[in-house]
Design a protein around this ligand. Sequence first.
Ligand code: MRU
Length: 392
Amino acid sequence: MLKTLSRIPFLVTGGWQRDDDQGNAAACCESYIISKIVTGGMETKVHSSLRTVEWKDNAVVMIDQTKLPNELVYVRYTDFHDVADAIRNLVVRGAPAIGVSGAFGLALAALQSKAAEKEGLVSDMEEARKILFETRPTAVNLAWGLERIMKVARSCGDAAAIRSEVVREAKKMAEEDIEINMRMGRHGSQLFGDNDTIMTHCNAGALATVAYGTALGVIRATRESGKKIKVIATETRPVMQGSRLTAFELKHDGIDVSLIPDTAVGYAMANGLVSKVIVGADRVLRTGHVYNKIGTYQVATMARQHGIPFYVAAPLSTFDLKSSPKDVVIEQRKGTEVTGVAGRKTAPDDINVINPAFDMTPPELITGIITEAGVAKPPFEESIKKLFDSNR
Ligand code: MRU
């Protein structure tokens, strides 16, 4: 049986106070806020190298992204159920970040389980894996992260080894995520030139990964290579990952960023304001079909209309080489995300809502898919296969 502790919120305001400083108060709490910085409309200086999620003292610590950009709040979880809730409720989001968070959640489940033998522990972990997996269906990194931890658990000789090895593996995955993003950034930066203005949609940045970012990692690497670039970020209705997260992290990194409403994508392209587009992905099929935040398909279609190159940046862990488009489940989210803005109702009562979280961009609209192993170009079925073969 998995142990569930009581859930007591604990709040510390001001500064970077750590849980270790909280004495007994912190020790009795299963999940609580360990630090809070009121960013005052993004004027407060914060670290540019935001760590979205990490393992600390047998707990998972993550930035609560629902509070950004107004507050930078860290939450600490010691119960995997809380990690599942955090993924479901977008406290942590972005394909690579939820992959690593799922792995950390499963490592927590191993520590929580009272099983003394390997068999019981693996069975408790399978139960936890199911709960974590069901939180969000589209991003393939979640299934990938959970399977990687289960594989390690199955390969260990006894329960003690499982507990230490799964924690080690999850921490390794977090470190690898940063390194992979930086490699992807170096490959991608060669596709962008001096004075490019790059449009991006949603948030595929440090906040969508452990740190650095996929699409925004390429943007960071392009700037680090000495090129002058500007970014146009779409606000990304309904949850506003573009305005709340992309604008936040680029502004804090000192990258020139302008925010536009989603409805201004066509205007910006038609008026010559955009040189190239780069987005992240939640799932890439072997055929080059890309699943990403709702609205990506519209941006890609508009880019094609205006002859603007459209790039996708995604680690190999985001590729699903088995499925075809008919197999992919598009997450449908609650209607209240659409019927209100910032807690204020903007639609009539009882209105029907269609709120898909992701859409599919077909390969014919994509100029290139940037990975840590290189850039795949059309025809994608061939080039993606080559990338995987070279990475074996
Ligand atoms: O619903 P979200 O915020 O998890 O959606 C995130 C995206 O669509 C990102 O673009 C994608 O996960 C790539 S993140 C590097």
